[in-house]
Write a protein of this length. Structure first.
Length: 263
């Protein structure tokens, strides 16, 4: 649901108001923990890019804010006391907006971002800085591609008509899919055995992914390692530097305890 009206804290209600910019597993875990405090009202904001998102505990707002200025106005109007940005590592625009809006509104801001993946012995990773780099490098690495970079990236790979793609997405793209692209609508977590079976079934010879990190989709990397397949790994965008950054939900909870003290 979208939070349209905020009655504000009352004498018997929450003392603090927390906005979590979310959509990730870490955002949901943080919301679940923060909502156990009776003195904290939690609002989670989702971008609305997924048709059937996994919803966190507590109040949920879906949709954009209108950039940094719109978010700053929203923080002030809803009397937010702290912001935790736990959006996807590739949500670069939202990251910048969160930093700027919190500074404008004078609200403490934390970035919660899970670490990227680390290559293991036997991995054949080829790192590229961005989507364009992946498109340029891919033809030299394989002909049958497991593409796991999201539906918004499909258009970038569509001109590679000499390759065949199994594009795994949560939601189907709005535009028609070319004949050399097969959609697989699916959402993790995935198992190593399942990923190996998928790769063998479709005769995949290269995996393309973003360095999202986390355990939900890591199995494809283990499967590629065991099958001795190359992985084209798209690096995270250059980070905007917030006042504070943590990599675990536990550290985010400790930050909240300092900035929204109980009692």
């Amino acid at each position: 649901m979208t939070l349209d009206h905020d009655p504000g804290p009352t004498a018997s209600g929450p003392r603090w108001r927390l906005l979590i910019l979310g959509g990730t597993a870490e955002a949901r875990a943080l919301a679940a923990t923060a909502t156990t405090r009776p003195d904290v009202a939690v609002v989670s904001s989702l971008a609305g890019r997924v048709a059937d998102p996994r919803l966190p505990v507590g109040e949920v707002r879906i949709g954009g804010f209108g950039g940094a200025a719109g978010l700053a106005d929203w923080l002030t109007a809803h009397r937010i006391d702290a912001v935790v940005d736990a959006t996807h590592p590739y949500a670069a625009r939202m990251r910048v907006s969160g930093i700027e809006a919190a500074a404008t509104a004078g609200v403490p801001h934390l970035r919660l971002e899970r670490p990227g993946w680390t290559a293991q012995p036997g991995d054949r990773w080829h790192r590229v800085p961005d989507l364009a780099g992946a498109v340029a490098a891919l033809p030299a690495l394989g002909r049958r591609v497991l593409l796991t970079t999201g539906r918004q990236s499909l258009a970038a790979f569509s001109p590679l008509t000499d390759l065949w793609f199994l594009a795994r997405v949560v939601d189907a793209p709005d535009d028609p899919v070319p004949a050399h692209v097969r959609l697989l609508r699916s959402r993790g977590p995935y198992t190593v055995d399942g990923e190996i079976a998928l790769i063998r079934e479709h005769r995949i010879d290269v995996v393309v992914t973003k360095d999202s990190g986390g355990a939900l989709t890591e199995a494809k990397l283990t499967a590629a390692r065991r099958l001795d397949l190359p992985v084209l790994m798209i690096d995270r965008p250059a980070p905007a530097t917030p006042p504070a950054t943590v990599t675990t939900v536990d550290d985010a909870v400790r930050w909240l305890d300092r900035h929204l003290p109980a009692g």
